[in-house]
Design a protein around this ligand. Structure first.
Ligand SMILES: Nc1ncnc2c1ncn2[C@@H]1O[C@H](COP(=O)(O)OP(=O)(O)OP(=O)(O)O)[C@@H](O)[C@H]1O
Ligand SMILES: CC(C)(CO)[C@@H](O)C(=O)[O-]
Length: 302
């Protein structure tokens, strides 16, 4: 048997509604809102010296990597595999930033902690690629963000034990997060404050889908989703964030829907909500990442 190596595993996150909140610095900046942490994972290992992030064989997020290594005072290169591409709405940039900050923490003889997420949050905020993703990916579950910032600075209510059958697909196209944020105005805060309050009263997945769909409809074009889902049986709810489509479906119809979306050439997964957040695995083999439905091409694409 080979020697066990350490891997960081970070779940993907699809935010359903959010209101940016600017604080005095990046550590106190973030968003209020809520999102689902998916049972789909980015798996990363320390690769070599230097400071970089490699995702599916391609160097990415150079500025994020430099900032994280700088804040931590330690250089590390990490190599990650991801089931989805960057810029799609699955919080991959945040997952990659967290992979690096987590593996640096391990190299420094520490483990996963609130503190080990901070440099990732700062890099995400400064590059305008994520506001509430680090908080969600640290916890797992349905994460309702009630104070902006990373774990230990911001606050969140975490709803665990929800196991909805989800079919998740990566639609064509991507949009930079700053472009999405520039389309938001004061309306967002008002909507989100009410949505957070309602969701905290019920902690109900049906309400989460309803609130997320009505929020994201203001930002993204739903016509292509309505075409895709027309006549599909068993759909209980859905929302679209950028190109990330999350469909809640009755379990018995999940496979049919996944086959339909794969048949349209979409990178598709049957999954659920993960109650776990970022963690470590010691293994001689890379732990199973979220498997791309189309292993050939999607696995290499960024
Ligand atoms: N092929 C690519 N497509 C999109 N973005 C890319 C690509 N390669 C590198 N990037 C960089 O990756 C980052 C993507 O961040 P962005 O926040 O838009 O996406 P994400 O984290 O994958 O999803 P989310 O919208 O959930 O945050 C940007 O810094 C962008 O410059
Ligand atoms: C800004 C954002 C939508 C980007 O993924 C996310 O970080 C969030 O919900 O705060």
């Amino acid at each position: 048997m080979g020697k066990a190596r350490v891997f960081a595993r970070v779940p993907l996150h699809v935010s359903g509604f959010w209101a940016p909140v600017k604080g005095p610095d990046a550590q106190h900046t973030g968003s209020l809102g809520a999102g689902l942490v998916l049972d789909l994972w980015v798996v990363a290992r320390p690769s070599s010296s230097g400071c970089y992030i490699e995702a599916n064989g391609v160097r990415a997020l150079e500025g994020h990597a430099r900032r994280i290594c700088g804040l931590e005072g330690f250089n590390l290169g990490v190599s990650a595999s991801s089931p989805v591409g960057l810029g799609k709405g699955f919080a991959l940039s945040s997952a990659l930033s967290l992979s690096l900050s987590t593996l640096i923490s391990v190299a420094l003889g520490r483990g996963v902690s609130e503190r080990s997420t901070w440099s990732a949050h700062v890099a995400e905020v400064e590059h305008s690629t994520g506001l509430g993703d680090v908080m969600a990916q640290f916890h797992g579950g349905l994460v309702v963000r009630t104070r902006p910032g990373p774990p230990g600075v911001g606050e969140a209510v975490v709803v665990r034990g929800l196991k909805p059958a989800l079919v998740v697909a990566e639609l064509p196209g991507s949009e930079p997060t700053p472009a999405v944020l520039s389309r938001m105005g004061p309306w967002a805060r008002e909507l989100v404050d009410k949505a957070v309050e309602r969701l905290l009263e019920t902690r109900d997945v049906a309400l989460f889908f309803e609130l997320s769909r009505s929020f994201t409809r203001r930002l993204f074009d739903y016509s292509r989703v309505e075409d895709l889902l027309a006549g599909v049986r068993g759909v209980a709810g859905f929302y679209l964030k950028k190109s990330a489509l999350v469909v809640w479906v009755e379990r018995e119809w999940s496979h049919d829907l996944a086959s339909l979306l794969k048949g349209r050439g979409l990178n598709t997964f049957e999954t659920t909500v993960s109650d776990e957040g970022v963690g470590l695995v010691h293994s001689t083999e890379p732990p199973e990442a979220g498997e791309p439905a189309d292993k050939g091409e999607a696995g290499r694409r960024l």
